[in-house]
Design a protein around this ligand. Sequence first.
Ligand code: ADP
Ligand code: MG
Length: 472
Amino acid sequence: MHSIAGYPDITNSMTFADLGLSPELLKAVDDAGYTEPTAIQAKAIPTVLMMRDLIGIAQTGTGKTASFVLPMIDVMAAGRRRALMPRSLILEPTRELAAQVAENFEKYGKNHDLKMALLIGGVQMGDQLKTLNEGVDVLIATPGRLMDLFERGKILLNGCELLVIDEADRMLDMGFIPDIEFICSKLPESRQTMLFSATMPPPIEKLAKKFLSNPTRIEVSRAASTNKDITAFKVPVKTRQKRETLRWLLQHDQVDTAIIFANRKTTVRELNKSLQRHGFASGEIHGDMDQNSRLKELDRFKSGEVNILVASDVAARGLDIKGVSHVFNFDTPWHPDDYVHRIGRTGRAGAKGRAFTFVADEDAEAIANVEKLTGSAIKVFGKEDVRVELAEAEAKPEKSRDKKPRAEKPRDEEPREEKPKKPRREQRARDESSDEKPRKGRSRRKDQQDDEPVPAGEWNGPRPGFLDFGAG
Ligand code: ADP
Ligand code: MG
C-alpha cells in the first residue's frame, strides 16, 4: 500500500467515504487497495460530484486519474446510452495513457453498469466501432483517432455531457490543441468540463478560459515544482562519457528500477542495445514502436523481467509505473516541462526516489531553462552522494534476497570497473509488497550520508572522474 504521508495535510483526516461517493464505488476503491485519497482527489472529487467545471493542477504521480474517474462513475450511473453518442469523453495525449485510464474505469466501475470504449490509434477500428454503435457511457480517446472518426461521420459528439482534457500540457507539446478546440466546439455547450495538467503554460490557460465555464481551480502544489520525495542531481559529464557514467551509477546507486530518458529515438535504441551488451536487463519504449510492442515492453518492465526502461518523452508520458527508484536523464530535456514529468516517474505516491540529469556542453542551455522553471538550482552530484553499500553494511533482512537480481554485472569490457563486494540491490520496490517496512534502510543510509561523507575507500569500485566535478 502506498503511504501518502508526503502529501499536503488535507488528506490526513479524509477518507474516500467523506467525499460523497456511492457505496458501490467505495467498495471498488477498497478492493483496489486505496485507503486514503491523495490531495488532488480529496479536493477534486466533491467538486466533480457537484457537476462543476474544474481545473486540476498537480504534479505527475499525485493520482489525478482517480480524481476524475471515480466521481465520473457516479455521475454517469444515472442516464441512458444511445447509439453513436457517447455520454462522456476523456481525451488523453497518448495511447498508453488512454489504455491506463480505461483500466482504471474497469477497476473502479466493476460494480456499475457502465459501457466504455477505447478509441486509440494503432489498433483495429472494427471492435471500437461496434461498441460505439451499441452506445457507450464513457469514451476514452486520443485526439487524432477521434478526429478521424468524427470526420468520417462515425461518431456524434452532441450527446456528450461531460468532457475531461487530461495531461493538457502534454497535449500542447504534442500539438493537439487545435484538435481539442475543434472537438470542444462539437460538444454541447451545457456540458461539464474538467482539465488536468501538471503545469499551466499560457496556451493551456487560454484553452481553459475558452472552454470551461466558471471553473473551480484546484492546485495542490506550485506549478512546475518538483516533488520533495525526489532527490535530484545533475551530473556534469562529457558527451562521450555519458554511457560509462550511466553504467557506473546503475551499479553503484542501489538502483532497483530505473527509467532512462533520452531526447532522441535513435539514442533510446542505441543506449538500450549498449546496456544489454553490458549485461543489464533493459528494455526500450519510443514513438517508432507500434502500440503492441510498446505495451509488451511496458509489461516486461512492470513484471520485473527487465528493471531498466530506456524511453523517449512521448512514449513514456504519464505511464503508470509504480515504484521506480531512479530516473536518469541521459540528455537534459529540451522542454523544461518534460523535466518535471520525467523525474515525476519516481517518488510517486509518497515513495522516495532519485533523479540524475546528465549535463554535457550541449545540455547547458536546457538545464538553465529547467532551473528557471523549477525555480531552484539542482544540486551537483558529488562523491558524498553516492549510495554505495558500506563495507560493513548491517545485515539487511526483509525480502530483498529472494528476488532474482535483474541487473547483472557488465561483462569484462571495462578493465577499470571492478565488482563492488557488497550486493547493491537490497532495497526493494516500495509498491509490490503489502507488508513493507517502508524505507527503513534507505533513510538510515541517508542520515549517514548527510552527516558524514562516505570516505573514498569504503567501496571497491573505482571513483569515476566525473565525480570530481562535484566534490567539495
Ligand atoms: P497522475 O495522473 O497525477 O500522474 P496517476 O493517476 O497516474 O497520477 O496515479 C499515480 C499513482 O498513484 C498510480 O500508481 C496510482 O495507482 C496511485 N494512486 C492514485 N491514487 C492513490 C491513492 N489514493 N492511494 C494510493 N495510491 C494512489
Ligand atoms: Mg495522469
